[in-house]
Design a protein around this ligand. Sequence first.
Ligand SMILES: Cc1ncc(C[n+]2csc(CCOP(=O)(O)OP(=O)(O)O)c2C)c(N)n1
Ligand SMILES: [Mg+2]
Length: 898
Amino acid sequence: MATQEINNSILEFPAEPEGNLEEEEVAEWIEAFDQVVREEGAHRGCDLIEALIEHARASGVEVPIQLNTPYVNTIPVEEELPYPGDRQLERRLKSLTRWNAMAMVHRQNKKDPGIGGHISTYSSLATLLEVGFNHFFHARYGDQPGDFVYFQGHSSPGVYARAYLLGRIGDEEVRNFRHELRGLPALSSYPHPWLMPDFWRFPTVSMGLGPLNALYQARFMRYLENRDLIPKTPRKVWAFLGDGETDEPESMGSLTLGSREKLDNLIFVVNCNLQRLDGPVRGNGKIIQELEAAFRGAGWNVIKVMWGSDWDPLFARDKSGLLVKRLGEAVDGEYQTYKVKGGAYIRKEFFGKYPELLEMVSDMSDEELHRLTRGGHDPVKVYNAYKRAVEHEGSPTVILAHTVKGYGLGSAEARNATHQEKKLADQALTAFRSRFAIPVPEIAAKEGRLYRPPDDSPEIVYAKKRREELGGFLLIREVPPPSFQAPPLSEFWDSLAGSKGRAVSTTMGFVSMLRQLMKDPQVGKLVVPIIPDEGRTFGMESIIRQVGIYASQGQLYKPHDQDMLLYYREEKHGQILEEGITEAGSMASFTAAGTAYANYKVPTIPFFTYYSMFGFQRIGDMVWAFADSRGKGFMMGGTAGRTTLSGEGLQHQDGHSLVLSSTVPTCRSYDPAYVYEIAVIVQDGIRRMYQELEDRFYYITIYNEDYPMPEMPQGCEEGILRGIYKHKSAPSGKASMQLFGSGPILNEALRAQGILAEKYGVQADVWSVTSYNELRRDALAIERWNRLHPAEPEKEPYIVTVLAGAEGPIIAATDYMKVVPDQLAPWLPGRLVTLGTDGFGRSDNREYLRRHFEVNAESIVVATLSRLARDGKFDVQQAQKAFDEMGVDSEKIDPAIA
Ligand SMILES: Cc1ncc(C[n+]2csc(CCOP(=O)(O)OP(=O)(O)O)c2C)c(N)n1
Ligand SMILES: [Mg+2]
């Protein structure tokens, strides 16, 4: 138990006497306890209480577990350090920032009604950020990057306003807040590295993703340190989040990782303004107490910053503990109302409940009561909390800062509707201007004119000096030049050579490729394999043996399989991130690793291998944020394909991840059939992402069906990368049909090619389509160019060029939904027949699954003949008969609705 808890329990005991124990008896115990603390110190007191509790439990007495402390500051006033900064200048800076943030949004909404923006989130956060900017957020540690700050997304106007004051962004940008498409420097609505790549690092505006990503960021930092890829620094990860945001499972779902990994490089600051968008976060309860218990239960160091210094004299007078008791009684809905209704109401409803309290504040005016500050608006309290947090060792810290939503916005303060406030009424603007002494004429103030004092004004000089001492501007994202050449394709010779008749899966092929890559002298150490507890499913035991699983504590036990070659090897320097069953956590690690090139200047190359069904559809929003972050790396969708993953059934069989991946602009989606195709894609991917510094990443499906892998044919690299190449010409050399296949379904196309030729005299070419999405994107881009340049000769999409001279209809079969091949329909007019796996999966083997979904060779054959018959190129009767011969039931239910 920490010292502060003891102090708090001293406060609490008199107010809440235990059950039916006589008060006198309690008083005696407390007196004895106080004496011990006085004479022998707080730690002795802790030991005593702990011993007592242990003894009680051992004797069978059920002692309740207490995770909450009273509703007061964790740090007692007598332990506070004096504020190291110039309070007056800092207050001035904060006022100007407040004004500019509000004015930016106000002005833009006057100019362009409905353009939006937020003013009340930053109002509540201002002190919490300002203390950080002036005293804690390091821009660098020596030649190492400094602290990472995840800003509450909706507070962006405040972050911009401060950057504006310091000259980091100019008038034009500010004038174009939320006007990004006017050919002028502008500011994005929220933190988006994609839109402002040299400013923002972490996209946080989708609630819950910031805290989760911050948590895994802190863990990844330790990983890089323990693997000697970066030196150890005192660098911290700060995550500012809303109290409403903590409702998101992502915010709270992985807290124990922080304590398990002893992440004392991580600090959460929860802006507890007690409100979210619609109304109070916990009107009938207390969000701060709820969070305290949850974080403490998860092993975090919790610091509550509840009340400002102006409360301290009241607490000093509160000998009986009644004030603390009253603070504990009121619920959040009441605290909100107090702020809205003002001093007289507070006197009557809050203090008035107990005559003793009423008396306590009898010498204070209503105005003074109304102004009583919440802790999160008091720099001294905030400074002390931050100082403790950065010095705390052994676990992460959460600071629960009590604030007021819309602080300083006058009538909008603490109201339910404040979150939506974009403009202030003239009178509120004038009041704001006077309250914060903004030197803007009244008329200009009503228009929302910003104000920046001259560069040599004391406040600007001070602010810049503070930043200089902390290493410079914080909001700068820098990408270093490339530090290595991608290994040449020849290094992947093993993957290109084929399996010499041995049946293997693309997953196995990928795993051995990864093993090989990790031996590369340049990039080997940069590879970060990430798996959410499916390593064995993907046959990754050999990689575990080769490079070990990262475990910050090493391996504290003897693994039971230690005498086996492929034992479960955990190591402090381990390279694999085995995340356990958390796709979201794994994605957060993927994000940390995929952006390390910019954040740590260490271009790690993550390979996140997972069950494809539990990827994009489960954590799609995180993937979107990853793309926004300009993340790089490879997402490997294992156990891919609706019919290739046999047995597992409806909730496991993925036939749509390629649809979802196609929606992410920087994601390159591939559905390879052969290991050499994967090798070509991975090699080129490393080259493009890390050598050419392209902002892109990859989604590659890998399957678990075993079949012989051919050697790479000559000259197919470009086709593999662009999305299609001819894999096997018609037996006669002159095809009247084209068959497209991808993944293991390419084998079905090849089998169909044989049946068509032998049984029905139809000659077809077979094409491996590695990426319908790449082909579509190419065609769309070309089509757009043609549209925009009507006077120029038309250009041709790659798919059209490749198919020049290829005759006849096209039957495309895929283990994914029909919409995947259909992406090409506009450029193959009237030619495309698609067979895909729309509908719910089933538990059965591949043969039955493919028959059910009509993607087996037999279905390809009858689809071909049916189409030829309709075109008058094949006998209709014979085509109908083929259904019987091929065992395809033409009357069975459509799998899309089965
Ligand atoms: C995933 C997601 N859902 C909904 C929203 C819309 N939204 C924006 S702010 C907000 C309320 C935020 O409340 P809180 O976290 O308490 O922050 P505050 O503004 O009070 O500081 C909501 C619901 C969002 N940005 N992200
Ligand atoms: Mg809130």
